[in-house]
Write a protein that binds this ligand. Structure first.
Ligand code: SAM
Ligand code: SF4
Ligand code: SF4
Length: 386
């Protein structure tokens, strides 16, 4: 496509009602925008992070994400031809990097279920920022296949992993994952990842009040001083199927109080701008943070929205760009790629889409009427990537 001609963004037409197409009209008259290494949205938020969902499938059925009743044997997942290929993912990612993305997280579904994922990791690890720096390349996994794959992931160029683990008690954990998966195998995965050098490792625990909140202290004790950073995530109203109720949310402030009452904590500064977790360090006998004891984090998506700092874009399994975890429509980059558009088209479309972004769902959540109709239209986290 020639300079200054019109970028094309082709709307996706999907039979599934929840995946709405983005209107292309907004870009029809737009001038071509070249990447300059930085982009800001309507709320002056930079584009720094890209989360890429590599599969919509998972071997777990966590009730807060892919409840068994919905994701049953009749559920229709995307066919292979609908998924972005590794080459398509890398091509799109390279344009995000040209716009200033420095961190890429692979997710899903369960990303380690995607065949030959190491090939994609090697391709992404070869990308460089406009300043010539390698990316911060990481992955979020349920840990079930990590013991087997940690070494190969590291060898391919992955830097770090985040592992999800919702408790140490087998009965509780099995109730959360709903496929009878034991805690010990996830712990083995974490150990293998540490041994392979995929650190510093983060462990994410989604806290559901009355279901696993009694596991907060055992988890904090287990990972204190281990080099692993444990993070507690408030149960979110993401997607349309997890039966979310505010009553099931334990505010992060309560998590901190509980831990602090037996294991004193001190607040730490954010390590970098746009960080989702608030950091707390374990205190030593002198009341100051003892780095040997490590730290924890809380992600308070529900009770203390951090939309003002949100610099994350999400690329779905089939190549739609989402601007918010709670969005109900994406922008179809796959069609653009498959229609033969060049990198300039792609970069320009990404720039226009990001510059138009005003999403800040969590900041508005409390002000929205409870039956606002938005929830039923939201895409699922397993599709968009957590
Ligand atoms: N399957 C991988 C895993 O579980 O780590 C990656 C995908 S998963 C969607 C990414 C993260 O989202 C996980 O840490 C998971 O616990 C979190 N998550 C999923 N549903 C959630 C919800 N309703 N509220 C808060 N966190 C959620
Ligand atoms: Fe699977 Fe991760 Fe969702 Fe659990 S949270 S169902 S492991 S995608
Ligand atoms: Fe970002 Fe949307 Fe979450 Fe706000 S609600 S922090 S904009 S993903």
């Amino acid at each position: 496509m020639a300079e200054n001609s019109t970028p094309r963004v082709v709307p996706l037409v999907d039979e599934r009602p929840r995946r709405l197409a983005a209107p292309a009209a907004a870009f029809a008259e737009a001038t071509r925008l070249k990447p300059a290494g930085h982009l800001q949205d309507r709320l002056q938020r930079p584009l720094h992070d890209l989360r890429i969902s590599v599969t919509d499938r998972c071997n777990f059925r966590c009730s807060y994400c892919m409840p068994k009743e919905v994701f049953d044997k009749d559920y229709v997942y995307l066919p292979q031809s609908e998924l972005l290929s590794f080459e398509e993912i890398t091509r799109i990612a390279s344009q995000f990097v040209a716009h200033g993305v420095e961190k890429i997280r692979l997710t899903g579904g369960e990303p380690l279920l995607r065949k030959n994922l190491e090939v994609l990791i090697a391709q992404l690890a070869a990308l460089r920022t406009p300043q010539g720096k390698p990316l911060d390349l990481t992955l979020t996994t349920n840990g079930s296949l990590l013991a087997r794959k940690a070494k190969a992931l590291k060898a391919a160029g992955l830097q770090r992993v985040t592992v999800s683990l919702d408790g140490l008690d087998d009965i509780v954990f099995k109730r959360m994952n709903d496929v009878d998966f034991p805690v010990s195998d996830v712990l083995d995965g974490i150990q293998a990842a540490q041994a392979a050098g995929l650190g510093p490792i983060k462990v994410n625990m989604v806290v559901k009040k009355g279901t696993n909140d009694h596991e907060i202290l055992p988890m904090a004790r287990r990972f204190q001083g281990s080099g692993v950073v444990l993070r507690f995530i408030e149960f979110m109203d993401v997607g349309a199927t997890n039966g979310w109720r505010m009553d099931d949310v334990l505010p992060s402030s309560a998590v901190i109080e509980r831990i602090h009452s037996t294991m004193p904590l001190v607040a730490l500064e954010a390590a970098q701008a746009g960080e989702t977790a608030q950091r707390w360090g374990f205190a030593g006998a002198d009341g100051l943070h003892d780095p040997q004891l490590g730290e924890i984090g809380v992600i308070s998506s529900v009770t203390q929205a951090f939309c003002g700092e949100c610099s994350r874009a999400r690329l779905s399994t089939e190549g739609q760009l989402y601007l918010c975890l709670f969005a109900s429509q994406g922008y179809d980059l796959r069609s653009l790629v498959r229609a033969g558009s060049d990198d300039g088209d792609l970069a320009s479309a990404i720039a226009h889409i990001w510059r138009g972004r005003g999403d800040r769902y969590s900041a508005l959540r409390a002000a929205l009427p409870p039956d606002n109709g938005l929830a039923a239209k939201r895409v699922e986290m397993s599709y968009i990537g957590g």
